[in-house]
Design a protein around this ligand. Structure first.
Ligand SMILES: *Cc1c(COP(=O)(O)O)cnc(C)c1O
Length: 397
């Protein structure tokens, strides 16, 4: 256990064996003073800030989180689930759940008086950091694979961040950003490497609990790349249990793309190996070496959870199903939740009556090119009623 200003990133002891290119060791977790928290807690007017490790005065002027939890009855009927809800984090200001982590790391940078914040990202963490830095007036230095979806790159540039597009993978960007901060300074926001990324993502879990009438659902479905959202949501319920507010954790279902499946294989076999070629249309969960593989596995074990993998075909089908039954347009990584949920339901891991919350982690407009793969653009119709009738009679594409 360390005091907050004794260490910044990983546990110095456990991380001795860590080298860039392997899953992080010594990822730190924030521990609260539960007695103090309980003493200050007022159940009639809950102050969720008590679960936040940065003082309110440092929070940047940016509205991260506070996204809706909505019932999804039509989608539930399709999947054979009678109590299904969506937590739609695509409605964050930059369009993904990553705003939560960036928000808290920028708050910490403000507390520390660090002006520059550095991150590696597949695209969403970067656009989130760029957005929060724009609001706070901090400098963001961002390493992303040059192949990231164009909308995410456009966001980063418009928010005024310094973009370094890497001719390489996300894993290359991760390593480079660590080398850069070691040599040039600034606060590194890499996922799990900075412990407050977990605390930031934790707020999604706390909100699910609060919006569900101060109760944990039975199951929460979470797409997993580095496994930090998974860990963060787990930490929410672990903290609620430590505070004495719940006794049972929700079971967590982690969903990965079938070639980007290092956490899935680690959880199912107990042996860690990289995902050698993590190609998937779900760019936000494409990772060879999940930085948070160790804690992700623990989150699945302790929550009596499980993991599933899904193909790109299943992801794109789920994206379309989700859109036409709920009105929620999710990016492929977020739609993976629904594809994995279908798998777990069919495998009998979920009962039809259980209360399931699927976390939708990013907005569909972030990656329009993937969505277009499953859609045929209709030809233009002449502006005459006869042409419209003929078009409809011929059957829309
Ligand atoms: C980052 C991200 C994920 C995966 O989160 P990890 O913490 O890397 O597991 C899933 N979906 C979207 C849209 C994301 O941006």
């Amino acid at each position: 256990m360390y005091e907050r200003d004794e260490v910044r990133y990983l546990c110095p002891e456990c991380a001795r064996a860590y080298r860039p290119g392997m899953p992080l060791q010594g990822v730190l977790e924030v521990v609260f003073n539960w007695e103090l928290l309980r003493a200050r807690w007022d159940a009639t007017d809950p102050d969720w800030h008590l679960f936040t490790p940065v003082e309110s005065e440092y929070l940047p002027p940016f509205a991260a989180g506070g996204t809706p939890l909505m019932r999804a009855d039509r989608l539930g009927q399709e999947l054979g689930l009678w109590n299904l809800s969506l937590k739609n984090d695509g409605l964050n200001p930059s369009g993904s759940l990553k705003d939560r982590a960036s928000f808290l790391v920028v708050a910490e940078a403000i507390r520390l008086g660090e002006d520059r914040i550095v991150t590696a990202s597949t695209g969403n963490a970067a656009s989130a950091l760029a957005a929060v830095c724009a609001a706070a007036g901090n400098e963001a230095i961002i390493f992303v694979p040059a192949t990231a979806p164009r909308a995410k790159i456009a966001q980063i540039l418009l928010y005024g961040a310094t973009l370094i597009p890497i001719a390489g993978s996300y894993d290359d960007a991760f390593r480079l950003s660590l080398e850069y901060t070691a040599a040039e300074g600034g606060l590194n926001r890499n996922t799990a490497y900075h412990p407050l990324t977990i605390e930031g993502k934790k707020t999604a879990g706390l909100e699910i609990f609060a919006q569900n009438g101060m109760q944990a659902p039975d199951v929460i479905v979470i797409p997993a790349g580095d496994g930090v959202i998974l860990h963060g949501v787990f930490k929410a319920f672990a903290d609620l249990r430590a505070a004495g507010f719940i006794t049972t954790l929700p079971r967590l279902l982690a969903v990965q793309a079938d070639r980007s499946d290092a956490i899935h294989r680690f959880f199912s076999t107990g042996t860690y190996a990289d995902a050698p070629s993590p190609d998937t249309c779900a760019d936000s969960i494409s990772v060879r070496t999940p930085s948070n593989a160790l804690m992700a596995r623990r989150a699945l074990q302790e929550s009596r959870g499980t993991s599933a993998t899904v193909s790109d075909r299943e992801i794109l089908d789920a994206q379309a199903l989700l859109a036409r039954t709920t009105g929620v347009f999710a990016e492929p990584a977020a739609a993976a939740s629904i594809a994995g949920l279908a798998r777990a339901k069919n495998a009998g891991w979920i009962d039809p009556d259980e209360h399931v919350v699927a976390l939708i982690t990013g907005h569909g407009l972030k990656d329009i090119d993937s969505a277009l793969q499953g859609i045929q653009m209709p030809p233009a119709v002449a502006p005459e009623l006869e042409a419209v009738k003929k078009y409809l009679a011929d059957g829309r594409p």
